[in-house]
Every structure is written in C-alpha cells, then in structure tokens.
Design a protein around this ligand. Structure first.
Ligand SMILES: *[C@@H]1O[C@H](CO)[C@@H](O)[C@H](O)[C@H]1NC(C)=O
Ligand SMILES: *[C@@H]1O[C@H](CO)[C@@H](O)[C@H](O)[C@H]1NC(C)=O
Ligand SMILES: *[C@@H]1O[C@H](CO)[C@@H](O)[C@H](O)[C@H]1NC(C)=O
Ligand SMILES: *[C@@H]1O[C@H](CO)[C@@H](O)[C@H](O)[C@H]1NC(C)=O
Ligand SMILES: *[C@@H]1O[C@H](CO)[C@@H](O)[C@H](O)[C@H]1NC(C)=O
Ligand SMILES: *[C@@H]1O[C@H](CO)[C@@H](O)[C@H](O)[C@H]1NC(C)=O
Ligand SMILES: *[C@@H]1O[C@H](CO)[C@@H](O)[C@H](O)[C@H]1NC(C)=O
Ligand SMILES: *[C@@H]1O[C@H](CO)[C@@H](O)[C@H](O)[C@H]1NC(C)=O
Length: 711
C-alpha cells in the first residue's frame, strides 16, 4: 500500500498540485491540523511513519507507528489497540484540552492520551526514535514532553525506551503482547520490571510468572546473559530515587533492532530481531525462554534446573524431594525440602552454591553498603533469613541481598559461564557432612566471652568425629552442666582474633599455631563454618599460661584431667594428649567418662573401652545412633588412637603432633595401647583461685578432688 505522507492541513494544498509526489514529510501536527486515514506523519530522518493501518487478516483500522525503511510493514506501537475503528473514517487530532485524540466518523473520541493539565499551544511530533510526543510549542525544552508514546509500550521495546518504574508517579511501564498477529489488543503476556527490593524483569502469562531474568547483579541479569550488552547493543539498569528501569541502545546506528514480546510465536516469547536488508527479513538474534530451565520454577522450591542434565531437576545439596514418588515420576512441581530442618537455637551456617541464577527476589531485603561478611552475619542473626549473597558482583562484589521465602527458580548457569554465588542456610550437621571430602584443616580456637585467648590450628582429618560430636552436643548427651556446646559464629571468632591476625599469634605449637592466649578454663562451645572447625574456650584474665600454652588443649573444669595432673598438679604436653583421648572416646561412645556406668563391671569409660578393645569388641563401644556416614574401620582407628592417648604413663602417650598424623593418615601403623590411666572424678568444682607459675609447667590448686580407680 502506498501512503501519502503529509499533514492533514496540507492535504488540499497537495491535491491542487495534481498529485505531484513531492518530498514533503510532515513530522509535526498542530491544533489546527489532523491526520485522516490514508495520511501519515514521517519522522524527520524518515525512520518511522505514523498512520492508520489494518493488521494482515483484519479489516479493523488502528493508528500505529511502523518503520519507514523496512519493506515488511512492522508495527512498533499501536494507539487504539483495544478500541479499533471498523472503517476508514478515523482521524487523529489534538483535542480541546490539548491532548491527542482519535475520532470516529461520528466525531466520538475512541482513544485519547491522558493529560493532567490543559496546554495552550500543543504540538504533536513523531521523533526518529519512534517516539510520538506531545509538547508545548512555547516550551523551549524539547525534552519536557507532556505525553509520549514511549511511556505506553505495546509488544515492542525500541532502543531508548524505559521499561520499569517511575517511583515518583508510581507509573509502571511494561510491555504486553498482541493477542495474535491480526489483533493488537492486549494479549496474555506481559514483560515488566518487578518492583522488589532487588528488581528483575518478569514475563507473566496472565497473572502467573512465566519467566524471570533474575535480578541485575552489576554485570548482567543473574539468569539472562543474553540480555547483556554485546557488539550490537548495550543496555543499562538505572536505579535511583526517582526511577528504576531497563533501557538499551544500539551501538551501530545503522542497525535496526527491536525487542518483541509475542503471544503466538513458536520461536520464543521475547525476541531480539534485527532487520537484514539484503535478505529483506527480520532475523531473530536471541529468544527467551531458550530452554526448559528458563521456564519459571520448573523444579519447584529448593532445587536447581540444569538444562543439559538428566534429570534436569536436582534438589539443592542438603535437600531431598518433598514427594519422592512424584519426583521419580518426573513431576517436579512439589520441589524439595530440607533433609535436616534448621533450628536457630541449634546452630546453623551457610552452604555456598556457585554459578547460579539467584532465586525469585520476592520479599528480599537489600543493603548496598554492606559487604559479604556483614551480609552473612545479618542473615545468620535473623532466623527467617534463608539465603544471602552480594547484590552487586562487579568489582569483587558489594552490597547485601537476603531472602526470606522459599527459594524458587534457581538454575545452574555454569554452561553459560554466568551466574553468581548464593549462600543457603543449612543446619550445622549438613555442613559437616558437606566437608566430608573437604580439607584436612581444623582450627581449634580458645576464646573468651569477649576476647580471644588463643587459637590452635590442628591438621585433623577426622571430619566424622566432628559430625558425631556435633550430634552429641545437639542432643545434649553431655548433660546440662558441661559440653552442651553452643555454636559460635565464625564472624565473632574472626573479629575477636582480628581476623586471625599474625600479631595475635603467639607461636607455633607441636600441632599448629597458637594465637594470643591467656588462660584456659572451660570449653564453651565450638564454631563450624565450612572447612573451619574450632573449639571455643572461656577466657580467664590475669592467669597467664603463656609459658606452656603450646601443649595445652583441654585441662580442667571439664573432667579430663590426666593422672599426673590430678595427683601432683603436674601439667605437661602429654596431659593435653590425655584429655584429647578422653574426648575422642566420649564422642564415639556417646557417653561421658564422668558418671559412666556399666551393669557388667565397675570400669569407667576408659577402662570399658580398653576392655572391649582387648577382647576385639571395640565396635560395641560405638553409640548405636552414631552417624552411619563414618566407616567402621575409621571408627575403630579413632578408638585405637583414643586409647593410645589415655595410656597411664605420660611418656607412653603419643605427642599431639603424632596424634594428628595418626588421625589424618591411615597408613600410620598404630602401636598396641597399654591400659589407660586412672580416671579422676571431680566431686566439687575446682575453685578458680589457681596460681600458675609462669616459668615452669606446673599448676597447683587447692580443690577437693576424689580419686576413682579406673580399673
Ligand atoms: C461500524 O460500527 C457502527 C457502529 O456499531 C455501525 O453502525 C457501522 O455499520 C459499522 N460499519 C461497518 C463498515 O461495519
Ligand atoms: C463512534 O464511537 C462511539 C463511542 O464509542 C460509538 O458509540 C459510535 O457507534 C461510533 N460510531 C461509529 C460510526 O462507529
Ligand atoms: C488514562 O488514565 C486512566 C486512569 O488513570 C487509565 O485507566 C488509562 O489506562 C489511561 N490511558 C492511557 C492511554 O494511558
Ligand atoms: C498461559 O496461561 C493459560 C491460562 O492460565 C494456560 O492455559 C496456558 O497453558 C499458559 N501458557 C503457557 C505457555 O504456559
Ligand atoms: C523410582 O523409580 C525406580 C524405577 O524407575 C524404582 O526402582 C524406585 O523404587 C522408585 N522410587 C520411588 C521412591 O518411588
Ligand atoms: C529447636 O531446638 C530447641 C532445643 O535446642 C527445641 O527446644 C525447639 O523445640 C526446637 N525448635 C524446633 C522448631 O524444632
Ligand atoms: C546498611 O548497612 C550499613 C553498613 O552496615 C549500615 O550502616 C546501614 O544502617 C544499613 N542500612 C539499613 C537501611 O539497614
Ligand atoms: C527478619 O527479617 C525480616 C525481613 O526483613 C523482618 O521482617 C523480621 O522482623 C526479622 N526478624 C528479626 C528477628 O530480626
């Protein structure tokens, strides 16, 4: 169809010129002019054209904007999409209050631009960007439009259009599909910026989420690397006090590019199309969704979708299918649930998932000034916080975003080399099994309630001991008075030691560095964070043990005194080994040495353990409820090592460093253990008025202890 290109006022004038084709292209319309069906406005640079049209298989008439230079008529905007004209009698004018109106043959307004204030000298202009704008002639500032079509997109997002929110007016600028290629009325699909604290683009089918881009993370949308800048176009997310929007610009101005949201295309719901002039076709350069993992939450809560995997839905580590039957039958909709429920009062940590599209951001909380560690702390402190990560991953990461709802629509982005880290809250026991195959480094920390007293780093490979110990302390098997170990936040320990500062390091013991350190009294609890495992001790000021700390591990107030210590107050490196052995056997048996009772004999736990070992029945020492993730041979080895540590004579016991070696290397041959030393049960608490000699490894005390013969 050939269209006359002129303003209405010129119409009769042109007729008088005997239909001469003159290159007059009106790009403005004033109050005295109108555009009737058959006439058009053309932008100054002849990029876009505005006029009445009918979609291919329809007789309805609409006012729209299309590319002037593209041979296939391609609409980028439709004014009266929901109120078509049924004939060619429509006209575009400036209305009485200065707004833009479309009139039908009976001069009724079938569409109008919304105006808040009347304008004295309005003028309508079609810009080369494809934007139809209304402004005041008097207004020198050409940018201050009273109304613009870019604020009311249809199915097309042109370069320079903002998709998002004007936070001042509350106006949401979003795209909506055509019902079908013959019907530009609003279809089922919309693409909008979801105004959460951590905004993301969401395609909806009706009111249901159909696709989410993932939030903007400083480099790209977390789940849509395709929407990132490239050779052809660059894009931005603008987020300030007034606005939050997505916008893109074409780098090479000769490229004709559009983004379209379709309802009916089989080539993807959201397409980037480029006009290929040689072939005279639109070529789809990217389309979304690109695979089944792009669908919204195809795997339910707490799962990841990995398009290339079989099955493509996987529960996150530490989670299991809510309905194993449904999951088995490839019905993923119910998603996954925790293997171990979290319980804030029982200690928790976070497990890191890398290279993911972060979950749905509904209900998230964001603070752009926090770093990742502050973020972790704030999430850990709030029991309803399920996950956290950096809000912005550019330049090494900054900002904090936390989640409070079930985590849905996570996908693995590894195949795109995109994605980011997500830290998900886990019960501490899940974190222990997580480190099963992890490093062999454990850290023992000695801290005060306020100040860190010291840290000993152990090269302990015995993850399974930690997991059992953890379970014990969770169950409170050690009773109310002690060893019901609370869990400490790594951040607390870190800050107390000034991030394990070299300045706080006192020296290197037989089994690792020892940090700033005054006195050890009581095992307060432990801290577990990923690969780091620490014992946390109470701090007692003014009782320096600096001179002999290197051997110090566990001494008193917790019932692990070595015979030589209990009898003559002599403390040595080997006393600490004894304490460790008792602890090891307690952990494995699930029973405390103090108050141990067996119906068949009067031995204490150490004696009982040694008896079983001599009778080749060591496994009977093991608590039935013990974590079955520990191998029997591993357990037997720990019992064996424990018994070596508690041998009666201090010189018979291995040094702590050989204990560490025995624990971490299965190839070290263990000698036969000799009978254990006496066990001293404390009947009354030892008073704290201890006097320590700084120069010698002696401790004297004035407490009442009762001696209990071991065997
Ligand atoms: C257009 O609609 C009007 C009002 O419903 C009707 O009177 C007229 O006949 C219709 N014209 C055509 C061409 O269908
Ligand atoms: C013009 O629009 C008015 C209001 O929508 C409608 O009542 C009238 O029938 C229309 N006239 C024609 C000829 O379509
Ligand atoms: C005009 O404003 C009304 C009420 O605020 C709204 O329902 C309508 O969609 C607006 N129309 C356009 C074209 O923005
Ligand atoms: C869109 O929603 C409708 C109505 O809920 C549904 O029938 C249709 O299957 C959905 N389409 C897709 C592609 O999910
Ligand atoms: C899952 O399916 C397999 C065979 O397809 C079957 O052996 C297994 O028992 C099923 N598991 C559950 C939990 O239904
Ligand atoms: C959490 O643990 C505490 C004891 O450690 C227990 O009293 C409480 O009932 C637990 N809460 C839940 C929800 O399991
Ligand atoms: C954001 O974090 C910073 C740094 O921790 C803090 O000073 C500020 O108060 C926080 N803002 C809000 C709104 O929580
Ligand atoms: C946890 O965070 C949520 C969301 O910010 C907040 O509503 C709730 O009050 C917080 N709870 C605590 C105990 O701070």
């Amino acid at each position: 169809m050939k269209r006359k290109t002129m303003g209405a006022a010129f119409y009769s004038f042109m007729l008088s010129l005997f239909y001469q084709e003159i290159p007059i292209a009106a790009y403005t319309l004033t109050q005295s002019q109108s555009i009737i069906d058959g006439q058009t406005l053309i932008s100054k640079g002849a990029t876009f054209e505005l006029g009445f049209f009918s979609p291919s298989n329809s007789k309805d008439r609409y006012l729209g904007i299309w590319y002037k230079q593209v041979s296939v008529q391609t609409l980028v905007w439709v004014a009266n999409r929901d109120s078509p004209l049924n004939d060619t009698s429509g006209a575009l004018k400036i209305g009485s209050i200065g707004n833009i109106v479309i009139l039908n043959s009976t001069q009724s307004v079938i569409w109008s631009s919304n105006m808040s204030n009347a304008v004295e000298n309005p003028i309508v202009e079609l810009l080369d960007s494809g934007n139809l704008v209304l402004r005041d002639v008097k207004d020198g500032d050409y940018k201050s439009y009273l109304w613009q079509s870019f604020d009311y997109p249809g199915d097309t997002l042109l370069p320079g259009m903002k998709l998002g929110w004007n936070l001042k007016t509350g106006r949401n600028t979003y795209m909506s599909s055509w019902r079908n290629s013959d019907d530009p009325s609003q279809g089922d699909y919309t693409l909008a910026m979801d105004l959460t604290k951590y905004p993301e683009l969401v395609i909806r089918n009706g009111s249901s989420k159909y696709y989410r881009s993932g939030p903007w993370n400083g480099l790209q949308f977390s789940g849509a690397p395709d929407l990132a800048s490239n050779r052809i176009f660059k894009y931005e997310i603008v987020h300030n006090a007034d606005e939050v929007y997505y916008i893109y610009h074409v780098i090479d101005q000769s490229v004709t590019l559009r983004i379209v949201l379709t309802q009916t295309s089989t080539e993807g719901r959201l397409q980037h199309l480029i006009w290929v002039n040689d072939a005279q076709i639109w070529r789809v350069v990217t389309s979304i969704p690109k695979d089944r993992c792009d669908d919204y939450a195809p795997c339910g809560a707490y799962s990841t979708c990995e398009a290339m995997s079989q099955p493509f839905c996987q529960c996150l580590k530490g989670f299991k299918p809510k309905s194993p039957q449904a999951w088995n039958a490839t019905d993923w909709s119910q998603g996954c649930e925790r293997k171990t429920p979290t319980n804030c009062s029982q200690g928790e940590g976070f497990l890191k998932f890398s290279g993911v599209k972060v979950p749905d951001t509904t209900g998230t909380w964001v603070n752009m000034s926090m770093d990742l560690e502050e973020c972790r702390v704030i999430c850990l402190r709030n029991c309803s916080c399920v996950a956290y990560t950096n809000a912005d991953i550019s330049n090494g990461g900054s900002g904090c975003v936390t989640w409070f709802m079930d985590l849905t629509d996570i996908r693995n982005m590894d195949e795109d080399g995109a994605g980011q880290d997500l830290y998900v809250r886990m019960a501490a026991s899940e974190l222990v099994s997580e480190t099963k195959s992890g490093t062999k480094k454990h850290v023992v920390v000695i801290v005060s309630s306020t100040v860190v007293a010291g840290i000993i780093v152990l090269g302990l490979g015995s993850w399974c001991i930690w997991s059992i110990w953890k379970k014990r302390s969770l169950k409170g098997d050690h009773g109310k008075d002690d060893l019901e170990l609370p869990i400490f936040d790594l951040a607390t320990v870190k800050s107390a030691t000034d991030n394990f500062a070299e300045a706080n390091k006192l020296g290197e013991g037989g089994f690792g560095p020892v940090y700033k350190h005054k006195n050890l009294v009581k095992l307060l609890g432990f801290c577990m964070q990923g690969e780091e495992k620490m014992l946390v001790y109470e701090y007692m000021p003014n009782k320096s043990l600096d001179s002999f700390i290197f051997g110090l591990f566990l001494i008193r107030h917790i019932g692990y005194m070595s015979p030589e210590y209990a009898v003559d107050g002599h403390f040595s490196v080997k006393s600490d080994v004894f304490s460790f052995g008792v602890l090891l056997l307690e952990i494995i048996s699930g029973k405390r040495n103090r108050g141990f009772f067996h119906p068949d004999h009067e031995l204490n736990l150490l004696g009982h353990g040694w008896k079983l070992w001599s009778e080749d029945r060591s496994m009977e020492l093991v608590d039935e409820s013990m974590d079955n993730s520990c191998l029997a041979q591993e357990i037997l080895r720990y019992i064996h090592i424990g018994l070596l540590c508690v041998q009666k004579g201090a010189d018979q016991r291995p040094t702590m460093s050989s204990v560490v070696l025995m624990l971490s290397s299965e190839t070290v041959v263990l000698p036969k253990p000799l009978p254990p030393g006496f066990y001293f049960e404390r009947s009354t608490p030892i008073k704290d008025n201890l006097s320590y000699s700084n120069k010698e490894s002696y401790v004297s005390y004035d407490s009442t202890i009762s001696l209990v013969e071991g065997r």
